[in-house]
Design a protein around this ligand. Structure first.
Ligand SMILES: *Cc1c(COP(=O)(O)O)cnc(C)c1O
Length: 243
């Protein structure tokens, strides 16, 4: 039962499909037996939605995708941000697209723009029969991707063929992988250009992903002076380069 940015609520999307949603387990702990008991002959799919922008911490338990796929009911896995860079430590707690596909999920849905680093788009991958069924739905044409986004998405995905290169070429991965030295050098340069001083702080990944990760690193602190923060922001925006 997840709401993501822009008040987009998964249960409301399910309701629009005229299917009946049955909640399984509890907010913090859900076991395989809960799914087994909830499944009846009317069950058409198990839907798992990744809590992209929040976490349940403490006395919590959930069922792994492999076990869900073993229930004998098609699994729709909304993994959210779309992690194809499985080898990045900072992304280790995000669900991997490949893992869900390997587990046998019928449909794995994820964003093309969040952690994948491509254009605003949504992707569905999984079992051929299930994807064909989605593709032939009357709504598929209404929500189909445009050619420019498709070209950008194809180019983004092609970069992943070489994981090492992808980490440098895709801005989102390059930012997540930036070393302390790189950040320190950047901050020092920026401080020199703006008359600020380098201090340290923590930042968030953003984009509705990794809500608990705190990225520690150098920041540039600027003294707004007598003219105030608004005037400073305006000067930064109108300077060369614009910041
Ligand atoms: C972001 C997100 C979506 C929507 O994806 P967009 O491509 O950003 O529209 C759907 N489900 C989950 C779990 C998400 O995190």
């Amino acid at each position: 039962m997840v709401e993501i940015g822009g008040a987009f609520r998964i249960p409301e999307v399910v309701a629009l499909s005229h299917s009946e949603m049955v909640e399984v387990g509890t907010t913090n702990r859900t076991r395989l037996g809960d799914y087994r008991r909830a499944i009846t002959e009317r069950t058409r799919a198990v839907l798992r939605v990744h809590p992209s922008n929040f976490r349940t911490v403490g006395f919590a338990e959930e069922v792994e995708i492999e076990a869900l796929c073993g229930l004998g009911v098609p699994v729709i896995d909304d993994v959210g941000s779309g992690v194809l860079a499985d080898d990045l430590a900072v992304l280790a707690d995000e669900p991997s697209v490949r893992r869900s596909v390997r587990a046998g999920a019928a449909v794995v849905a994820f964003s093309g723009d969040k952690l994948l680093g491509g254009p605003q788009s949504g992707l569905m991958v999984g079992r051929r029969d299930a994807i064909e069924q989605c593709r032939s739905h009357p709504l598929a044409r209404a929500v189909r991707i445009d050619k420019l986004s498709l070209a950008a998405l194809e180019a983004t995905l092609a970069l992943y063929r070489d994981p090492e290169y992808a980490r440098r070429a895709l801005p989102v991965l390059a930012m997540l992988c930036a070393t302390d030295e790189e950040l320190a050098e950047r901050a020092t340069r920026l401080a020199g250009l703006t008359g600020g001083r380098v201090s340290s702080a923590t930042a968030r990944v953003g984009g509705g992903a990794l809500p608990l990760v705190e990225l520690a690193g150098p920041v540039v602190t600027l003294d707004a002076g007598a003219r105030g923060a608004k005037a400073l922001a305006a000067a930064l925006r109108q300077g060369q380069p614009r910041l």
